[in-house]
Structures are given as structure tokens and as C-alpha cells.
Design a binder for this molecule. Structure first.
Ligand SMILES: C[S@@+](CC[C@H](N)C(=O)[O-])C[C@H]1O[C@@H](n2cnc3c(N)ncnc32)[C@H](O)[C@@H]1O
Length: 406
């Protein structure tokens, strides 16, 4: 029977209050609990591959459980984030970071050559931050870089605090499945907003420092990698692949991550966001959508039995969405094609994935994943329904699991 509860405790929402897990949010992040449960049920898992690491949830659970985990993601900001979340920090470094935060704020308050300050080249920046807030954020950012001109663990942690700050003081709203903008609120001049922004930075620095003090016992490596290709790391083989790949729902990670990526220098021009999303499976931001019009399917997805009828049916309503779904499965099929090589005999796959609906066509994503696993030599393939996703009654999240023969 299908569970009809939405189970917010099994989504990113539950991670927010869990120390390092809550440092920077990403709506499609999955829940810590799901990974913990898999590890509790499989105490033999020592080495894990996470091919779509996102904010590094799998990696951090592995890190905190003393396991070994290689994380891959195509987005360089997320690679940085996962590295920072899964690293060990010395008490001295944390002390220096807290002291530096106070110095940064003192100097920011004193900054007067205000018009020269760098601002991120993000389109329609006024939709994200009011002039006053943007100005305060630019001052903090400027001094942070003056104090730390080169990369260091202290700087990484301060940048995490800065990421939290820019989102907290932005007009972004996360009431929906993806992000939208709040209506511009006229700021009441009754309180000193600049001072409140500084204070919230300090509060975050304290919280981040506390969470960073936790000793990490696992061994975590994070790589910038396109998981449509297999990543052979010497002759390393994994006990398990635990992941939640992109969903086929036109949700763009870039959309939500843009503010961080522009401030931290991972994006410099709007076009780059579209280019990166075109590389990402299921990406649809900017140029990525127009590229779909030129995309020609090769034979990668030919062995997916249901796909042709699904794609034909969606094409009756929208050619571009039909291509979107087709390309998504061609990319996922490429990912599964060589996965077998990196899993140990007897090793397990755990994929958390949601199904989708385009017009009247329900796409049984979980079933297609199960078929792909079987086609590529995995056995004991199982589909377990985890939770109902949103108000559309047919949308669920599933755990698709399988095993490589011994
Ligand atoms: C559903 S999210 C993963 C969320 C993650 N479980 C977490 O808790 O944060 C999927 C991730 O896959 C990444 N991705 C998309 N296409 C990729 C590709 N071709 N290779 C590697 N990573 C990719 C995206 O950047 C995104 O971070």
C-alpha cells in the first residue's frame, strides 16, 4: 500500500537542525535519516560511492559514522561545500575563525569607500537584495577577502557563514518545491538593520564553529566529476552506492544555488549557469532548454522498454518536454552502463528517486531505474515506497535497491 503521508522528516527540512547538515540548504537534499537507516540495516558497508553528492548528505553521514566515502558532483560549488562540511578542524583554527569574524565586522563598520565595493554580477540583483542589505553584505565580503586573500580552513568556514547570511537576508522564499521571490518589503527604519545583519553573521559563526568542532572519523574524498561516466579510482571498488540522483522534474539546481555561486566566484556570467545546467542531468536553466531543441537521441536509451511510448505520449503535448524526458533517461542509462565496474561482488545499490508526471503521462521513474539495474547485471532489485511527495496524488519517493552477484 502507498503511504499517504508527506513525511517532512525524510526531506532536507529535517537536516536543517542537524549541525553541519544544516549549514547550507538545497531543496532536493535528502534526509540524513534515510542514509542512517540504510547503514544501520547494512553494518557490513565500509566503503561508499555517492555519484550525485549535492550538499554531501551521504558523505557527512559516512564521515560521522567512521566510514570511507567518495563523493562526486558536477557542480563545483557543491564540491567545495561537501569538502568543507566533511573536513576535520582543529580547535586553534576554530578559535582563529571566530576571532577573525569579530575583526571583519569591526572593519566592515569602518568602511567608507563604499561605492567601489564589488558586487556579484547576478542578473536583477535588486530582486535578491535591497540596496541597503546588498551594501552591508558587500562590505563584509570585501573585508573577509582582505583578511584572507588565500584559501584556508578558517576562510572556508567564514564563507559558509557568509552563504547563510546572503540567503537569510535575501528576498528568496522557499515555500514551494523550488525557490521564488518574496514581495519587496519596505524596510522599517525603526531598527538598525545593518547592525542586525552583523549580529546574525556572528551568531552563525558561533554555531558553525560548534558544529565544526565535532571530530570526523570517516575518510571522505570529494571529486568534481560527471557521473554519466564511470569514475575509476585505481582499482578501488565500493561496498555500496548510496545516492539520490536528479529527478526528472525540470528542477534546476543552478536556480537555487545562483546567489552562492555568484558571490563565491563559481559563476561570472549568466551564460555559464546555462552551460553548467546543460551538463547536469535534468538541467533546464537558460541555454540548457534551447539546447534540447538541437539534441538528437543516440541509442543510449534504446533498451528502456517503456521509454518510447512515454516520450511519444508527452510529445503530443510538448516536443521540448518529450526531449527533456528522453535525454534525462539517456543520461541516467549512461550512468548505469558502467557502474558495475566500481561495485564489489555482493555490493549494493541504493537510489532514492521520485516519479514524475508530464501532462497526463505518469513517468514510472522507479520502474525504469529498476529495469536499468537489472539490465546492467544487478540482481535482487527492489522498489520500496518511502513517502508521498506533494499534493499531486500520484507522486511518490522511492528507494530502488539492488545487489551485484557475488
Ligand atoms: C538530488 S541532488 C543530490 C542531493 C543530495 N543527496 C543531498 O542530500 O544534497 C542531485 C545532484 O546531482 C548533481 N548532478 C547532476 N548531474 C550530474 C552529473 N552528470 N554528474 C554528477 N553530478 C550530477 C547535481 O549537481 C545535484 O547536486
Amino acid at each position: 500500500m502507498m503511504p499517504n503521508k508527506q513525511r517532512a522528516d525524510l526531506t532536507f527540512k529535517d537536516n536543517v537542525k542537524r549541525g553541519r547538515h544544516g549549514w547550507v540548504r538545497l531543496t532536493p537534499a535528502y534526509s540524513v535519516k534515510i542514509v542512517q537507516q540504510i547503514l544501520i540495516e547494512n553494518p557490513n558497508i565500509q566503503s561508499i560511492l555517492e555519484p550525485f553528492s549535492g550538499t554531501g548528505t551521504t558523505g557527512l553521514v559516512a564521515a560521522q559514522s567512521g566510514l570511507q566515502c567518495d563523493l562526486l558532483d558536477i557542480n563545483p560549488f557543491l564540491v567545495w561545500l561537501a569538502r568543507v562540511k566533511c573536513a576535520n578542524y582543529e580547535t586553534e583554527q576554530l578559535k582563529r575563525m571566530r576571532e577573525a569574524a569579530s575583526v571583519i565586522l569591526e572593519q566592515a563598520k569602518e568602511l567608507h569607500h563604499e561605492n567601489d565595493l564589488w558586487q556579484p554580477p547576478i542578473n536583477h540583483i535588486e530582486r535578491w537584495w535591497s540596496d541597503g542589505r546588498l551594501h552591508t553584505l558587500s562590505k563584509i565580503f570585501h573585508v573577509l577577502h582582505q583578511e584572507f586573500p588565500t584559501p584556508s580552513p578558517e576562510k572556508d568556514l567564514l564563507l559558509i557563514a557568509f552563504c547563510r547570511l546572503i540567503m537569510r537576508w535575501s528576498n528568496a522564499a522557499f515555500n514551494h518545491q523550488s525557490m521564488s521571490f518574496k514581495k519587496a518589503v519596505h524596510q522599517l527604519q525603526m531598527f538598525d538593520e545593518e547592525e542586525t545583519i552583523y549580529q546574525s553573521f556572528l551568531d552563525d559563526v558561533t554555531r558553525i564553529s560548534q558544529a565544526a568542532n565535532e571530530a570526523i572519523t570517516g575518510i571522505i574524498n570529494v571529486f568534481l566529476h560527471d557521473s554519466r561516466q564511470v569514475m575509476l579510482n585505481g582499482d578501488k571498488r565500493y561496498d555500496a552506492v548510496i545516492t539520490s540522483p536528479p529527478y526528472v522534474n525540470r528542477m534546476s539546481y543552478i536556480r537555487e544555488l545562483r546567489p552562492y555561486m555568484y558571490w563565491l566566484g563559481y559563476l561570472k556570467k549568466a551564460r555559464e549557469a546555462g552551460e553548467l545546467d546543460w551538463q547536469a542531468i535534468g538541467g533546464t536553466w537558460g541555454i540548457a532548454t534551447s539546447r534540447l531543441n538541437d539534441w538528437q537521441p543516440d541509442d543510449t536509451a534504446d533498451n528502456i522498454p517503456q521509454l518510447k511510448s512515454i516520450v511519444d505520449e508527452i510529445a503530443q503535448s510538448s516536443e521540448v518536454l518529450s526531449r527533456y524526458v528522453h535525454k534525462y533517461f539517456a543520461d541516467i542509462a549512461a550512468h548505469f552502463a558502467n557502474l558495475n565496474q566500481v561495485v564489489k561482488p555482493g555490493g549494493k545499490l541504493y537510489y532514492i528517486i521520485g516519479n514524475s508526471k508530464f501532462y497526463d503521462t505518469l513517468v514510472p521513474v522507479e520502474q525504469i531505474y529498476a529495469d536499468l539495474m537489472e539490465q546492467h547485471g544487478f540482481i535482487d532489485v527492489q522498489i520500496k515506497t518511502i513517502r508521498k511527495r506533494n499534493s499531486k496524488k500520484e507522486l511518490y519517493e522511492f528507494l530502488v535497491s539492488a545487489q551485484k552477484p557475488r
